[in-house]
Design a protein around this ligand. Structure first.
Ligand code: UDP
Ligand code: MG
Length: 327
């Protein structure tokens, strides 16, 4: 069993995957740590799968699992964690934005007794607007969520075997790893590194995908938005009562006044907005419950390969067997 497993989700990374593999193996060979690399092809359509097949055939330390379609990075990471057999696992991106050179340092901290080692990137080179929005978002999450999620702490981290097992034991199908990493606890240490731009290819996170990811993060770890909706509703109800009372008093003292059409419209529109927003929040939670109750698997495997005895080396099964719990 290797000391270290590296989990690498890949989606359309054919332009950079060979460079990534060469850099990573170079760094790890120099550090002397015994390792395996678990690639997960998240339904790429650009030849990434063929590249992984080639890499796995040439290098016995590399294995891969390929999905039948794109299931998203969260599912890919989960598949990788299930594949990993090492005593410690590092999750990293394939685009060289998570510098392989930092891995030996993470391993050193792990040997020092930490269960999670987080490399935290700064935001150098990111757009001004994106940086500002991210900071605003993390402030919101810190206020709402019941877990600690820090700006810049992404998925580039090392997890000890017991931390990985804790993660794999979590049953939810809506997985928001940033929250889950924090939820499992254990000794965590971090160190900052300078942000690097992608070596080649394009980022898969457009505006809409990022916003959806953000909503997932906010809703996955608390029911405070629901509470907020209730508070807003109550508060509005009380103010409406007070306003009505004020009108009655006015009518009694000054007689009938011409009613303010604009005010009325404003109130109706305002309240409708609040109602729709509240319904939306409730709907999100109901949708999540629906999603969880279906108990669908997180992904479907198309093929696996590589490893010392081609395909037979995984400590735990990558695809759930029939009749087995599906998470
Ligand atoms: N990724 C994935 N599935 C997806 C989107 C991305 O496995 O649906 C992988 C991608 O190949 C990369 C990592 O997740 O290794 C981070 O993606 P990307 O670099 O596009 O994100 P960014 O660094 O821009 O946040
Ligand atoms: Mg990237």
């Amino acid at each position: 069993m290797p000391e270290l497993s590296l989990v690498v989700p890949c989606f359309n990374e054919s332009e950079v995957i060979d460079a990534f593999h060469a850099t990573l193996t170079g760094v790890l060979e120099r550090s002397g740590v015994e390792f395996e690399i678990c690639y997960v092809d998240d339904g790429s359509d650009d030849g990434t799968r063929a590249a992984l097949r080639r890499i796995a055939a040439a290098d016995p330390r590399a294995r891969y699992t390929a999905f039948s379609r794109n299931f998203g990075k969260e599912s890919a990471m989960l598949a990788g964690l299930r594949m990993a057999a090492g005593d410690a696992v590092v999750v990293m991106d394939a685009d060289l934005q998570h510098p392989p050179a930092l891995v030996p340092r993470m391993v050193e901290l792990y040997r020092g007794g930490h269960d999670q080692v987080v490399a935290r990137r700064d935001r150098a080179g990111d757009g001004v607007i994106r940086t500002a929005l991210s900071q605003l978002y993390y402030r919101l999450v810190r206020r709402c969520a019941e877990v600690e999620i820090a700006d810049g702490e992404g998925d580039f981290r090392l997890l000890s075997r017991r931390a990985v097992d804790a993660l794999l034991a979590l049953p939810e199908s809506n997985r928001f790893s940033k929250g889950l990493f924090s939820w499992i606890g254990f000794d965590t240490v971090g160190f900052p590194y300078e942000n690097v731009q992608r070596a080649a290819g394009r980022s898969k996170w457009g505006g809409r995908r990022l916003v959806n990811y953000g909503i997932d993060g906010l809703l996955s770890f608390n029911s405070r938005p629901l509470r907020l909706a209730v508070h807003t509703g109550l508060w509005l109800f009380v103010s409406a009562l007070a306003y009505a009372l004020w009108i009655v008093v006015n009518v009694v003292t000054d007689g009938v006044e011409t009613p303010g059409y604009a005010t009325l419209i404003a109130v109706i529109v305002g309240l409708s907005g609040v109602q729709i927003a509240t319904l939306g929040i409730v709907g999100e939670y109901v949708g999540r419950i629906y999603h969880e109750t279906k108990r669908r698997p997180h992904y479907v495997v198309r093929e696996t390969g590589g490893g010392p005895e081609e395909g037979a080396s995984a400590r735990r099964p990558v695809a759930p067997r029939l009749g087995e719990k599906r998470w």
